[in-house]
Design a protein around this ligand. Structure first.
Ligand code: GLA
Length: 369
């Protein structure tokens, strides 16, 4: 049974009424531009097919009540502003955080019921938590009867509220890439996002290219401290260079400054990754898959050697993919690192041959576009 239908049936069985609507938000994969969003850099993510659905109905006089199909027996019941507490990182913390963060941004919050279901692997680096937050935000807007205007100010508000949720309710000092990718991304397009001013441009993936995800099977959690630690290194580097963020740094500045070797490596990654991302956007627009492949491989090497957020099983998977793909395309780790999914861009015509080679190693490609 399709997940959405199952969700609506479960909603009716639980709450004894049909939902008024169902909101959806996808996950995302990042093509290139990792660990640069919190340095005001450029990123190039795209939405994936899987994501989170939230069925909802407004209850003008009631509290907010949320349940999740995958977590029977658990429920979140609260009245916005009542100081309700949740365990950081638990699914209820994202729902509570998103609603309180929207309220803090001036949105009127109606009483409502919600039932949530998702089909994204957690800990796979595909932003299941941002997907949950944006889906809850969209359900909230629908229940409150709020519609977006042409400037898409509401989508941006939802992205910022979702980021505030990660910071304040899950303890992850993430950048804004995941939330903006999900709020603004279009299927079949990469979203070039400038994290300094939140300017966006959707870039169509050429029809004869395929973007695919491969699960490494190594799960990770951003809450484990490595992520916040990397962010602090970048902030320290910017401070020592006397600039607002590493977006304003150059490799010359880093070489000339007296940064400790680790901090210098982190900063060098950021500066070069931002340049690679700008070049990757041009490569896609110019239909240059070879160039894009070179950039994807260089990005992986930098995340592995300079930023040190990859792990050996992911490196081995990326090497195996790149060997099968050859020069016309490439693969790299994607997202925060320490495991999770790998992304590959290849020529569509070459896909069956590549998939066959990889199948002998038990590697499966999930094709996005
Ligand atoms: C996670 C964070 C993002 C971003 C990536 C790395 O997905 O949530 O903000 O920093 O890691 O690019």
């Amino acid at each position: 049974m399709p997940l959405r239908k199952e969700l609506n049936q479960a909603y009716a069985a639980t709450f004894d009424e049909a939902p008024a609507g169902t909101a959806f938000a996808s996950g995302r994969v990042n093509l290139i531009g990792d660990h640069v969003d919190y340095c005001d850099g450029l990123v190039l993510p795209m939405p994936i097919r899987s994501g989170t659905w939230v069925s909802w109905a407004a209850r003008p006089a009631g509290p907010i009540e949320a349940v999740a199909l995958d977590y029977p027996g658990e429920a979140l019941v609260f009245t916005p502003g009542d100081g309700h507490k949740t365990e950081p990182g638990h699914w209820t913390s994202y729902v509570l955080g998103m609603i309180e963060s929207c309220r803090a941004r001036g949105m009127a919050i109606p009483g409502m019921r919600m039932m949530i279901v998702g089909n994204m692997p957690r800990g796979a680096g595909l932003s299941s938590s941002a997907s949950l937050c944006i889906a809850v935000g969209r359900a909230l807007c629908a229940a409150a009867g709020v519609q977006d205007d042409e400037s898409l100010a509401l989508a941006r508000t939802l992205a910022l509220a979702a980021q505030a949720t990660e910071h304040g309710y899950a303890g992850v000092k993430c950048g804004i890439m995941d939330q903006m990718a999900i709020a603004f991304g279009e299927p079949g397009h990469a979203l070039l996002l400038d994290c300094r001013d939140l300017a966006t441009r959707n870039i169509a993936i050429p029809a004869d290219w395929a973007v695919a995800i491969v699960q490494s099977g190594v799960t990770r959690g951003l809450v484990d401290g490595h992520y916040n630690d990397r962010r602090m290194s970048c902030e320290r580097a910017a401070q020592q260079l006397g600039i607002a963020s590493l977006r304003d740094a150059t490799t010359g500045m880093i070489a000339g400054a007296n940064l400790d070797p680790v901090t210098a490596r982190r900063a060098q990654h950021v500066v070069e990754e931002i340049a690679r991302t700008a070049e990757a956007a041009t490569a896609i627009e110019q239909h240059d898959l070879r160039r894009l492949g070179t950039l994807l491989r260089a990005s992986h090497a930098s995340l592995r050697d300079l930023f040190e957020v990859s792990v050996p099983p992911v490196d081995a998977l990326v090497d195996r993919l790149n060997a099968a793909i050859g020069d016309n395309g490439g693969a790299r780790m994607s997202g925060g690192g320490f495991g999770g999914a790998v992304v590959a861009v290849v020529e569509k015509a070459a896909l069956p041959g590549i998939a066959e080679q990889l199948a002998s190693d038990g590697i499966t490609l999930e094709v996005l576009s």
